[in-house]
Design a binder for this molecule. Sequence first.
Ligand SMILES: Cc1ncc(COP(=O)(O)O)c(C=O)c1O
Length: 485
Amino acid sequence: MTAGEEATAMQIPKQGMKKDAVLEALESYRADDMPWREGRTFGYVFDAGREVEAVAKEAYTRFLSENALDPTVFPSLLRFENEVVAMARAHLGGDDDVVGAFTSGGTESIILAVKTARDFARATRPEVKRPQMILPVTAHAAFHKAAAYLDVEAVLVPVNPDTFRADVEAMRAAITPDTILLVASAPSYAHGVVDPVPELAEVARQHNLLFHVDACIGGFLLPYFKRLGAKFPDFDFSVEGVTSISMDLHKYAYCPKGASVLLHRSGKLRKHQIFACAAWSGYTVVNTTIQSSKSGGPLAAAWAVLNHVGDEGYEAIARGLKGAADTVVAGIQAMPDLRLLGRPDMSLVAFTSESVDPFVLADEMKARGWYIQAQLSQGNSPANIHLSINPSNVPWAEQLLVDLAASVEAARGAPKTDASGLAAMFTSGDVVLNDDTFGAILSMAGIDGVGLPGKMAEINQILDALPAAVRGELLKEYVNRLFVP
Ligand SMILES: Cc1ncc(COP(=O)(O)O)c(C=O)c1O
């Protein structure tokens, strides 16, 4: 039986399994997981080593069963949250007026920032019937998700084609009477560059608009990079006009996943984040977050990790990251076949190649034991490779460059799937996605049935050739089949 067939056939066992047997079975399922502890995975897991992991896990399990649904029942969780938010706002230049909430991740923080803006507009500008938010095209996909969930229109604005930073005048020009929110990234995920936040804040102030800075990936690390001499635009509450900031703790603060903070300039704004319902027959519901019942584990672990690593510990880790990022950037710049996209402000690096296919390069690196991330072309950003450098990668920076050079040679002249015909069919509207067309596209990518493909180049080449909307539909079809039952 394949794993998919086994999954479909699974039933609750008549008799429960012994603890050891359960744990052994769990471990056996890991066989094909990415071996992130080895240090050659550039993304997904932000790992500060075994000691931090042990503290996090201990704290997490101690509060795993407590429910943050109701802070009056678990004052410990209320206290953790107030203290975590206080640390976050001090880190981001906030004064006593700045308030916030602990959320499950960047996406939840962003959805809640957009909800806050929408509900603030509903309360203060009832004439706005079709609210819009203005995003540089480099803003994270979570804003598109927020737009879809909350019925707020995402207005996309091109960025500078060389620096990949938001274009201030283009953002200004996109403002309409329905605009409720401007957005910037510090830094953007794809290219790792900080948008011109002070100039955009000035535009927001002139138009009396809310302005969210997505510092999910960089908010925690950037202040340390600044101390170590990095130069980039100010992005925090020291900039007048910034009204909210999202900052994930489960990225460069090395807390276990399920940890982010959303900060607002004032309690007057945060009020619009909160949902309350006393109009049903059960207990009264009042939540700062989308989740209602939720484990106290992530919050306790975040509190524990922040206090355990401490400011000096974080600065020491940041020093290693900065050194590794400088090495990787210089190495890529020295390779004639590779071209850096923008000048990264932190530890996120994107590069492309005109002589080899970046998607083939990613597969070649995978064959050599590395995980590096393929990014599709979008607007002025060509198909490229992204690296999120994390502490476990630091000792591997030089070897990464050696293997990149070898992978470039191996990728040279690799055949490329020609998906232009397919792309033309979709553009002309001739093709509808159904079982047959979906199957045909998969076989074009060399995939036999829906499974987890080993090589990704063909799939990425096909996706890259298609319009964004078709890419999205194709991905939905794929995932709808991947989760079998
Ligand atoms: C800039 C930025 N914003 C938002 C997110 C979304 O965060 P999450 O995956 O925690 O929902 C990410 C994730 O990498 C990010 O880099």
